[in-house]
Design a protein around this ligand. Structure first.
Ligand code: ADP
Length: 259
């Protein structure tokens, strides 16, 4: 997916508009937010101006993942200015607009309104916007498809059958909406022993690759279940910003998405 698109601005000059890469999943808890944050950081490290929108309106986690909790975006010309993170990736999330622990109990139209505010922020400097969607196929996904047509979608799944069946459903929604599925990422694929570093496969592996093949989508790679990823995520220091095999795996994912 080419990451730059040109659109004329009001003055007639050509202005870059960010390309939207939507990250979806069938189920929650499969690591979609973790993959989104690390994909954005890896794209930025590779020299691409990446921004991150947390479209998981009801369960926002990107402020924590990028270490921007407690920051509030300002508005300029009635549009939100993205919050800067330490990782070169500006971010907008409902977490920046609500109090910690505050329940966000909105019906579809309000949630879609919030999504619009986040996506219509001052993203003019970004070449690519990674959008972390809520799991499943609901109102937010439909607004995303109808109003902000993504250039492509990345689907995250664990290797389990049930997660894969729902992942295929999520992929189908994008395809039906005319959004190409860039490919599928298998997360929590294998377990990295914190003592010896060896990877074992308690849940099996290869399921997402086979599923991608069935769907005619590319397989974008495998991220193992690694306690270091969980720890770094909770600390707001994305794994992709560091060094080591998992940082390399996110860098490889970013290369495939940017291709
Ligand atoms: P989702 O966005 O799909 O709901 P999250 O990204 O919030 O999932 O991940 C759920 C939990 O799993 C978080 O605690 C996260 O830190 C952890 N996690 C995600 N991917 C991995 C991984 N590859 N290794 C270890 N922990 C992970």
């Amino acid at each position: 997916v080419a990451l730059m698109a040109d659109k004329p601005d009001g003055a007639g000059a050509v202005k870059a508009a960010p390309r939207i890469i939507a990250v979806g999943s069938g189920k929650g808890g499969v690591g979609k937010s973790t993959v989104s944050a690390n994909l954005a950081v890896a794209l930025s490290r590779a020299g691409c101006k990446a921004g991150l929108v947390d479209a998981d309106i009801y369960g926002p986690s990107q402020a924590r993942l990028l270490g921007t909790e407690g920051q509030r975006p300002v508005a300029h010309d009635n549009r939100l200015v993205p919050v800067a993170s330490r990782w070169g990736v500006p971010v907008l999330s409902m977490a920046h607009l609500s109090d910690p622990g505050q329940a966000i109990a909105w019906r579809g139209p309000m949630a879609s309104g919030a999504l619009t505010q986040l996506l219509e922020g001052h993203w003019d400097d970004a070449e690519v916007l990674v959008v972390d969607l809520p799991p499943g196929t609901g109102d937010i996904q439909l607004t995303m498809l109808q109003k902000f047509k993504p250039a492509g979608a990345v689907i995250v799944s664990t290797p389990q059958d049930l997660a894969l069946i729902d992942a295929a459903r999520a992929a189908e929604l994008f395809e039906k909406g005319g959004v190409p599925v860039i490919g599928m990422v298998e997360n929590m694929a294998g377990y990295v022993c914190p003592h010896c570093g060896e990877t074992s496969d308690p849940f099996g592996s290869g399921g997402a690759e086979a599923c991608a093949q069935t769907m005619g989508a590319d397989f974008l790679g495998r991220i193992p279940l690694d306690i270091a990823i969980r720890r770094e995520s909770d600390a707001g220091t994305p794994t992709a910003a560091g060094e080591g095999p998992q940082a390399d795996a996110f860098a490889a994912l970013a290369r495939k998405v940017a291709d």
